[in-house]
Design a protein around this ligand. Structure first.
Ligand SMILES: CC(C)(COP(=O)(O)OP(=O)(O)OC[C@H]1O[C@@H](n2cnc3c(N)ncnc32)[C@H](O[C@H]2O[C@H](COP(=O)(O)OP(=O)(O)OP(=O)(O)O)[C@@H](O)[C@H]2O)[C@@H]1O)[C@@H](O)C(=O)NCCC(=O)NCCS
Ligand SMILES: Nc1ncnc2[nH]cnc12
Length: 296
């Protein structure tokens, strides 16, 4: 992937003042919320919650996710602003912890978006930082900025397990890397797996819905999803990976019977209580990157 040095440099716009900075931050925050809404609305999504059904979950519905999204609007605005102002990682972390509390308050204690708060939050900060630097928002520039500004702190954060979590248990029991390792490496699954899969599908003429399904399956085939390990152990993780690879091997959504296959996969996951929630969060991040880079 091209580095920052090869990306287009823009002069900071003459109109770059408090007013335009606020409008920019609000636009990116809106894109983050819309991207998570697009993930929620997508169907079929194996084992995951949508407006059609609750997938493998009995403690959350689409309404729970929508409440969570409303509660996170201000967080995304604040973290883009923090990125614009080159805030150190501990400031981003405080914003993230506060957002987790708001999410849990809005959902009655259900974890809808912890992975998304982390991943989309860091991307929002990096997009803000790119803008302040006068760097065009390409995926390569956003990735390089993320690593340059907060890469070392993200690496240290991955080993800092203060409170027990499903992710921490999956790491200890199964060596499943999860969100922490993704963050430490600058979310490579978003930049190197999910986004290219989305772009390939769009370039082949598929619509946004099908492209998102293809990106989700690409992520399911690739990521070490601690939510899957938490619910299904090693066997569950193998089931998810094999199902995703089989779907992709048949051509993904280019296959005429893709929808039937995706629905069969959905029912299989629901029967086994499997939920690739980490891949779903990363899909939200892919949608944000695509929208932010397309709008410039
Ligand atoms: C760094 C943290 C995000 C901590 O991570 P950790 O792994 O220790 O903690 P978890 O609480 O398990 O949360 C991790 C969430 O990340 C998602 N995820 C899983 N695998 C991956 C992956 N490979 N890449 C990216 N993201 C991943 C996953 O999110 C989904 O799972 C949710 C449901 O999970 P859970 O509640 O565990 O399980 P249920 O199915 O509900 O189980 P039952 O209760 O029903 O049995 C689902 O909604 C998705 O969102 C994990 O949730 C972070 O916590 C942290 O450090 N936070 C502080 C804030 C911060 O520092 N921010 C930095 C600046 S932004
Ligand atoms: N649609 C969804 N269903 C279940 N868990 C998720 N985590 C993020 N999005 C999700």
């Amino acid at each position: 992937m091209a580095g920052l040095s090869t990306s287009l440099r823009l002069e900071p716009p003459a109109s770059w003042n408090t007013e335009s900075s606020r409008a920019f931050c609000q636009r990116i925050a809106r894109l983050a919320v819309r991207s998570l809404y697009a993930e929620l609305a997508l169907y079929p999504k194996p084992g995951l919650v949508s407006f059609v059904d609750n997938g493998s979950h009995d403690d959350m519905t689409a309404a729970t996710f929508v409440r969570s999204l409303f509660a996170l609007r201000r967080y995304f605005l604040r973290i883009v602003q923090a990125g614009v102002h080159d805030a150190p990682f501990h400031v981003l972390k405080e914003l993230g912890i506060e957002a987790e509390a708001r999410m849990l308050h809005a959902t009655g204690g259900v974890n809808t978006h912890r992975g998304a708060i982390f991943c989309l939050g860091m991307l929002c900060a990096a997009i803000g930082r790119c803008r302040a630097d006068g760097t065009a928002p390409t995926p390569a520039a956003i990735h390089a900025t993320l690593l340059r500004c907060w890469g070392a702190a993200l690496g240290a954060h991955s080993g800092d397990i203060a409170t027990p979590s499903h992710g921490a248990v999956a790491l200890l029991r199964y060596a499943a890397s999860g969100a922490r390792e993704e963050g430490a490496r600058g979310f490579p699954s978003v930049f190197d797996v999910g986004l290219p899969a989305l772009h390939r599908a769009l370039a082949a003429g598929r619509d946004a819905r099908r492209a998102r399904v293809d990106a989700l399956f690409a992520l399911m085939a690739h990521v070490s999803d601690t939510n899957v390990y938490h619910r299904g152990g090693v066997e569950g993780a193998l089931t998810v990976r094999r199902a995703a690879r089989a779907f992709i091997a048949r051509g993904g959504t280019a296959a005429p019977d893709w929808e039937t296959r995706a629905l069969i996969c959905h029912r299989t996951f629901v029967a086994a209580r499997l939920s690739p929630g980490g891949a779903a969060d990363l899909l939200g991040a892919v949608c944000l990157l695509q929208a932010a880079c397309a709008e410039g």
